[in-house]
Ligand binder design. Structure first.
Ligand code: HEM
Ligand code: HEM
Length: 277
């Protein structure tokens, strides 16, 4: 993606948002110099409606994303506009409220908006960084295939270790354990950065040190065994990176989307309260 979400279409949405923010601030300075700002003045209400319109357009991305045959702009263009418009609402609503917040449902709506925006920033960060981490792995292997190959290697190691010294058995058991650990990690992979080159270099170093403890008669077998361990290490690092990508690209949406709907509901209550009471 190479940062194109932020720079899409010659940075057109970055420019639009910058111009929008400047225009909003200028209008607010004029407004604040003539009236005491609040959500119920003409200007305050205008900012409120602009904010609501922006929020509805932001929510529309959920529909546009699943509307595969739409000719209404590209999905990437929509997402780029979404990011900037989303950030702009952070300004629009305080202008609407005249920077006045209390302990009420109005402020709850704004707090939820802030949560949506923060989670959106996390998502954007992941979209921009995670795919570049993955391209450092040349292969395009699917997780299922990776797991199958790892288990195949383990089986080979077990056979090879059968009539060898205890060290072989111990190494096999360690590898078997490591494999189960990785499978059980799940969401934790999100927080454990994977650097396959460093992991591989460390294991190569460790195995090389062990070689000195192997009787000469078993050294050839050990080289074969070490080859399997290194191949397995490589596959595991790749699998961990894939799990991390998958978890990472989805986790933030579990905050972003429910918080969006909660915010919309709070805005609904806000509107009913201010317009009818
Ligand atoms: C059509 C859209 C909207 C209209 C007509 C509207 C109307 C109003 C009115 C009349 C007030 C003044 C209430 C008072 O002084 O007690 C107000 C305040 C406020 N509104 Fe809105 N609003 C709109 C959209 C929004 C949205 C989308 C949000 C947030 C996501 C929001 C957040 C707030 C906040 C935080 C205040 C200040 C509350 C306070 O002073 O404690 N409003 N709004
Ligand atoms: C009021 C503010 C916002 C609302 C209501 C909102 C709402 C949404 C919704 C409903 C989706 C669709 C998710 C889906 O159906 O899978 C979405 C996607 C997305 N949002 Fe937001 N969002 C807001 C602000 C932001 C901000 C500020 C950012 C980034 C800085 C952001 C980044 C994203 C991204 C990258 C996606 C694309 C997800 C995907 O394609 O899988 N959002 N947002």
């Amino acid at each position: 993606m190479h940062g194109t979400l932020l720079t899409y279409g010659n940075k057109r949405y970055l420019w639009a948002a910058t111009i929008g923010a400047v225009a909003l601030l200028l209008s607010y300075f004029y407004y604040a110099s003539t009236t005491v700002p609040s959500g119920s003045t003409v200007w305050g209400l205008a900012y409120g409606w602009i904010g609501l319109l922006a929020i509805l357009m932001l929510m529309f991305l959920g529909i546009r994303k699943r509307w595969y045959f739409s000719r209404l702009g590209t999905l990437q263009g929509w997402t780029s506009a979404h990011v900037y418009l989303g950030l702009l609402t952070l300004l629009i609503i305080p202008l609407h409220a005249g920077f006045h917040f209390g302990w009420d449902v109005h402020t709850l709506a704004y707090l939820l908006l802030v949560i949506v925006i923060l989670s959106g920033m996390v998502g954007l960060f992941l979209y921009l960084t995670v795919p570049t981490i993955l391209t450092t792995y040349e292969s395009n292997m699917l997780p299922d295939k990776l797991e199958a190959e790892i288990h195949e290697i383990l089986k080979e190691m077990k056979q090879l270790a059968a009539d060898k010294p205890g060290l072989f058995q111990r190494l096999y058991q360690e590898e078997d354990h490591r494999c189960r650990e990785l499978e059980a990690q799940g969401w934790r992979t999100l927080f454990t950065p994977v650097n396959p080159h460093a992991i591989l270099a460390q294991r190569t170093h460790d195995l090389h040190n062990l070689l000195a403890r192997i009787p000469t008669s078993d050294q050839e077998g050990f080289s074969q065994f070490a080859g399997l361990i290194l191949r397995k290490t490589e596959l595991e690092a790749y699998l961990a990176a894939q799990m991390r990508l998958k978890n990472g690209l989805e986790a933030w949406l579990y905050v972003h989307v429910p918080a969006s709907f909660a915010m919309l509901a709070a805005v609904g209550v806000h509107l009913v309260t201010v317009l009818y009471y």
